[in-house]
Design a protein around this ligand. Structure first.
Ligand code: NAP
Length: 305
C-alpha cells in the first residue's frame, strides 16, 4: 500500500493505539510511528512489544514533526493532553482522537488546537474487553465502522487522508454529526455496557449466597454480560461522565420498557412478551445480514461452557 502519512504520533498506547500501530506497520501506510503513554511501565512494555519505532517519555516529544497525531487516551484525559501538545504541533498536521464520546471531547480538545492544524474527531467502533499495550492486534478494525465528525470547514484533503488511513486499516468510514453520534452510541454501546455492569453486580450480590452457582451456571446469557462487564473501569467511568445527557435519555426509555415487561410478566400477558421478543429477534438478523456478527450458534465459540 502507498504511504499516507510520513510520521504518526500515538498519544496513549492501549488497545486502540496499539491495534492501529500493528495495522499501519502491516500495511506500510506510514513512514514512522512515535508514541507515548502516561506511565513509565506502559512505555516500557510498548518498547518491549515494539509497537512504535520510537516510544518517547513525553507527549511533546512524541508529536514533534508528526503529520498525524492520534489522541488515544481515556475521554477524561483528552483535555490535559491537548493542552500539553497544542503549542508543539506541526503546522498543517492533523489531530484526531478515538474517544467513545464526541461532544465532550471536541469541547475539551478544540480550544487547544492551533488554527493551522486540522482537527478531525473520530471514533472506531471496535474494541474488546482487554486494554493496555499488549492487547492490540492488526485486525481489530476489519469490517468495523469508523465514524469521523468533520465540520463544514474541515480541510477536504486532510479528511481524505485520514479516511484513507482508516480504510487501509480495514474499517468502513462514515461521517456523523456530533450529538447524533453520542445518542446512537448511548443506544448501541454505552447503555448496554451499563446494563451488563448492573447485571453482573446483581449476580455478585447474589453470589454471596449461592457462590458456586453463579460461576458454574454462567453459560448462556450471563457469560456474555461478564465479558462486557470486564471492560476497562477508567474508560467506562469517563464515558458516562462525558455522555450524561444521551445515556440518561436512553436509560429513561430503557427503564420504562423494563417496567412494561415486568408488568406483562406479573399479569401473565403472554402476547406482550411474545410480540416484544419477536421484534427484537429481527434486530439480531439485521446485524448478521450487515456482516457485523456471526450467525454461528453461541457467537461461533463452539459448545464450550
Ligand atoms: P487503554 O487500553 O486503557 O489505554 C489507554 C492509554 O491511555 C494507556 O496507554 C494509558 O497509559 C494512557 N493514559 C491514560 N490516562 C492518561 C493520561 N491522563 N495522560 C496520558 N495518557 C493516559 O484504552 P483504549 O481501550 O485503547 O481506549 C483509548 C480511547 O479509545 C478511549 O478514549 C476510549 O473511549 C476509546 N475507545 C475504546 C474502545 C474499546 O473498546 N476499548 C473502542 C473505541 C474507542 P497508562 O497505561 O500509562 O496509564
Amino acid at each position: 500500500m502507498s504511504l499516507i502519512y510520513n510520521r504518526v504520533a500515538l498519544i496513549g498506547l492501549g488497545l486502540i493505539a496499539s491495534s492501529m500501530a500493528h495495522a499501519m506497520r502491516r500495511d506500510k501506510t506510514v513512514g514512522e510511528i512515535t508514541g507515548t503513554a502516561r506511565s513509565a511501565e506502559t512505555r516500557e512494555i510498548a518498547r518491549e512489544v515494539g509497537i512504535c519505532d520510537q516510544v518517547m517519555d513525553t507527549a511533546v516529544e512524541a508529536v514533534a514533526d508528526a503529520d498525524l497525531v492520534v489522541l488515544a487516551v481515556p475521554v477524561g484525559a483528552m483535555e490535559a493532553v491537548a493542552r500539553e501538545i497544542g503549542p508543539h504541533l506541526k503546522p498543517g498536521a492533523t489531530v484526531t482522537d478515538v474517544g467513545s464520546v464526541k461532544r465532550a471531547v471536541i469541547d475539551a480538545v478544540a480550544p487547544h488546537i492551533p488554527d493551522n492544524v486540522h482537527f478531525i474527531p473520530g471514533h472506531p467502533l471496535a474494541g474488546t474487553e482487554h486494554s493496555g499495550p499488549r492487547s492490540g492486534f492488526a485486525e481489530l478494525f476489519e469490517n468495523r465502522w469508523c465514524i469521523l465528525s468533520p465540520e463544514d470547514h474541515t480541510n477536504a484533503e486532510a479528511l481524505d487522508r485520514l479516511t484513507r488511513l482508516w480504510k487501509a486499516m480495514g474499517a468502513n468510514v462514515n461521517t456523523m454529526e456530533i450529538d447524533h453520534h453520542d445518542l446512537v452510541l448511548a443506544v448501541t454501546s454505552h447503555c448496554p455496557h451499563l446494563i451488563a455492569y448492573t447485571m453482573v453486580g446483581v449476580a455478585d450480590d447474589l453470589g454471596r449466597i449461592t457462590d458456586s452457582e453463579v460461576i458454574n451456571y454462567s453459560a448462556a446469557g450471563f457469560r456474555d454480560f461478564t465479558r462486557i462487564a470486564a471492560s476497562d473501569p477508567t474508560m467506562w467511568r469517563d464515558v458516562f461522565m462525558n455522555n450524561k445527557e444521551a445515556t440518561l435519555e436512553i436509560l429513561g426509555r430503557f427503564t420504562e420498557e423494563l417496567f412494561a415487561l415486568q408488568r406483562a410478566i406479573r399479569q401473565g400477558d403472554e402476547q406482550h412478551l411474545f410480540d416484544y421478543f419477536t421484534r427484537t429477534r429481527a434486530i439480531r438478523r439485521g446485524i448478521i445480514e450487515a456482516g457485523q456478527d456471526t450467525d454461528a450458534p453461541n457467537f461461533g465459540r463452539g459448545n464450550t461452557r
